[in-house]
Design a protein around this ligand. Sequence first.
Ligand code: PHB
Length: 394
Amino acid sequence: MKFEISRRGLLQTGALAAVAGFVPTRFAIGNTAKVKVGLMLPYSGTYAGLGEAIVNGFKQAMAEGGGKLGGREVEYVPLDDESNPGKAPENANKLVSGDKVDFLVGTVHSGVAMGMVKVVGESGTIMVIPNAGANAATGAMCVPNVFRTSFSNWQSTWPMGKVAIDRGMRKVVTITWKYAAGAEMVGSFVESYTKLGGTVIQQIEVPFPNDEFQAYLTQIAAAKPDGVFTFFAGAGALKFVKDYAAAGLNSVQLMGPGFLTDGVLAGQGAAAEGILTTLHYADALDTPANKAFRAGYKAAYNKEADVYAVQGFDAAQVIMKGMAAVKGDASARPDLIAAMEKAEIVSPRGKFTFSKAHNPIQDIYLRQVKGGKEVVLGVAHAALADPAKGCKAV
Ligand code: PHB
């Protein structure tokens, strides 16, 4: 008995020694596990093409950067959010609490993104928004663990007010989908345009994601404006531009954020001729970073890159920089956030840094479709920062 006890004691001591010798520390155990990246995006519906481009861009940056995050392998957890804000909290919770993702990447639709921000505001999960422009995400709802590599809705259209005035448009009609993105992009344009003396004679709202535009186009023709300002994107933008031309409205200047043509220009064809847009990116930007990015994208996916692919590419870039700084320890959130905040991103759009509320400070280009191509006319507003209205947390 005595012998047995001492023998067991010896065995236990030996086992502990073996454990101490061979099993790595807690961080190192975590370090061998894969980093989980939730990709909560629209994989169906009118924004499906946008979701696909974001994933492609994200994976391109990862592949070009060696395929790992801070030395660790990566596991992707995709989830189709269907651009449905009603399901956003449940879907985000699935990834955050169920799959316990280290990073939540998403999404396209502003309403869905706001639901996601609420969830990570409580969990502390680091979230990177690769498109949705909801002003509140880097405004009133701002939290330290949310970053955006795209734009705020305000930012994308503010410079267009001056463009419209400079081009002699005195009265305009606006038309957009009725949800946060449309309301905020139109709101920002209207604010800058009317401050400079422009008049908005009619504002039309179309239920999302409805793309039956005929009745509205008849109203626009009757109103006889100098210009029409609009936000539609994805499949809806493709159809709106074609219907606008088919309704004989091409003599009335069509303008909006670049989402109106980006990724869908080839499908719109001659109908898109002359459209004026503002955006933080343009295919034709003549920089080494953009050329390399576009060539890499084409080689990998046999498709042309667009603004959504850029935003996905940069989402991966900022996460890679953060994870490199903490050597793969995704649990070191304050250090991770500090490194991400300081990152200077060499983006295909041009270099950018983050504002205090974690939105890109970036140039907004003025573009026009000429001869079937998106031509860069110039910079409509250099280094435009979102005002982060109502943000107190950072
Ligand atoms: C948005 O909902 O914020 C949104 C969607 C599509 C775009 C741009 C913004 O192209």
